[in-house]
Design a protein around this ligand. Structure first.
Ligand SMILES: [Zn+2]
Length: 454
């Protein structure tokens, strides 16, 4: 049975539209109002336009859920190129109808990825250019994970990560248009088709997103969100590969001058030194995900799988370890890498080793500009009666697409749908979060779109 969402939602509406004792007091002290910054007062309540934006979202809550159901019911695992494109076509048509100029960016066939959708709206010159970020692909293929609504929760692949966020973007823009608040806005919407497993080479797969970021003043990303928190920092991710060589000889001579320690002892020393010297630093983690060692070793870096052969009476000749490295700033990343290189270079007798690093996601560092965005979002949330919003601990959030633009533009993430079970077959979305997140996003976009470019 479908229960009207409104019953729950009314709890969210305690503050707005009523006259608070404070505002009565301020009115009585009108001459003193000159001492209060005018902007601060304007931000704490909704303008007429903003009330119209909210009303549209309220009136379209069922339509929004229906649109989400349609999107979820198109299977779009990252490798399902056709499925991702069909989700793209659904959103493209909707954005076309809102007056956006849309185009599909193809990736080379060899990449086996669907490409990306870009939609642009040009408004008044000199106002902030806003980038909205979503993605169409899902972790799972979607088989057996169709949209099923149970009361105020709906299950389905991508229901919260992040087709839920995608429909929040869409209905926020529709609300702006309906309230005639879109005309002057400069907005680019970027939906990637391979967020969950980015195409290779990454520089090409993320080229257009990065370009869109460089052309913008603000980036808002719609990965899963919650009522009281948003993301102003995410850790970056990278990988490393350790290759260790030892002298193959009889095990009876191990630790001796001639035979040395072998590749496996040396790999163990290196990993243990990593842990002893670097573990515990805030926001820094590194994890060896796979290790192989013996006399004959193969390691397939693409599938992270290997084979190994050895004998109990032979000192191991070769060892390979692959792992990740997560960090909150470029400086932290480089410092950790330098330390790891030093450890690797201090070889035990008759062994040698080298370590190589590969960049994946840059860090989204907690900049003052990101905190200013959070403050704007917080005041929007309070004006709508949804309460304050604070920053999520960066250690609690993995890397995401917003990280690619964060080095260039003020950024915030976690504006999408609230849900649970992301990246599992039990993924679900809390439907009451859709109108809340849509209202907050729409009013934030509206306010930002009226600000002058920095
Ligand atoms: Zn996602």
């Amino acid at each position: 049975m479908r229960v009207p969402l409104r019953s729950r939602r009314s709890r969210h509406r305690v503050f707005p539209r009523t006259v608070s004792p404070l505002s009565v007091m301020l009115a009585a002290l009108a001459p003193l109002a000159l001492l209060v910054p005018a902007a601060a007062d304007a931000q704490t309540r909704l303008s007429r336009t903003e009330q119209r934006i909210r009303a549209y979202i309220e009136q379209h809550r069922d339509a929004q859920v229906d649109f989400l159901a349609r999107a979820v019911n198109i299977n779009s695992g990252t490798m399902n190129v056709d499925g991702v494109r069909r989700v793209g076509a659904l959103f493209r048509a909707a954005l076309d109808s809102l007056g956006f100029e849309t185009r599909w960016i193809e990736m080379p066939e060899s990449m086996h990825r669907a490409g990306h959708l870009v939609a642009e709206h040009r408004g008044k010159r000199g106002t902030k250019r806003i980038l909205l970020i979503g993605h169409f692909d899902t972790v799972f293929e979607g088989e057996g994970q169709q949209f099923v609504r149970e009361d105020t929760v709906a299950r389905g692949a991508g229901s919260s990560d992040m087709k839920g966020g995608d429909v929040i973007i869409l209905y926020a823009l529709a609300a702006l248009r309906s309230a005639k608040a879109l005309d002057d806005a400069n907005i680019t919407v970027f939906f990637s088709g391979d967020e969950e497993s980015a195409g290779d080479p990454l520089s090409l797969a993320r080229r257009d997103l990065i370009e869109a970021g460089k052309r913008s003043d603000v980036a808002l990303a719609f990965e899963g969100g919650q009522r009281g928190i948003a993301t102003v920092a995410r850790r970056g991710a990278s990988s490393w590969r350790l290759e260790v060589t030892g002298k193959q000889s009889h095990s009876a001579g191990v630790f001796g001058d001639s035979a040395g320690y072998g590749a496996i002892y040396e790999a163990a020393r290196i990993l243990d030194e990593f842990r002893k010297q670097l573990a515990g630093e805030q926001y820094l983690t590194f994890n060896p995900g796979a290790i192989v060692g013996g006399t004959e070793v193969t390691f397939d870096t693409l599938h992270i799988r290997g084979t190994v052969a050895g004998k109990l009476n032979i000192i191991a000749r070769s060892a390979v370890v692959e792992g990740d490295l997560r960090f909150l700033s470029e400086e932290q990343k480089e410092r950790a890498r330098a330390r790891m290189r030093e450890i690797v270079a201090a070889s035990l007798p008759q062994t040698s080793a080298r370590i190589t690093f590969a960049d994946e996601y840059p860090a989204m560092s907690p900049t003052p500009a990101n905190y200013a965005l959070l403050a704007a979002y917080d005041s929007v949330s309070q004006a709508l009666g949804y309460g304050p919003v604070t920053a999520l601990d960066p250690g609690k959030r993995g890397a995401g697409d917003v990280s690619f633009v964060a080095p260039y533009v003020a950024s915030m993430d976690g504006l999408g749908a609230d849900g649970a079970g992301a990246h599992s077959p039990r993924e679900r979305v809390f439907l009451t979060s859709l109108p809340m997140q849509t209202e907050r996003a729409a009013v934030l976009i509206y306010r930002l779109s009226r600000q002058k470019q920095p």
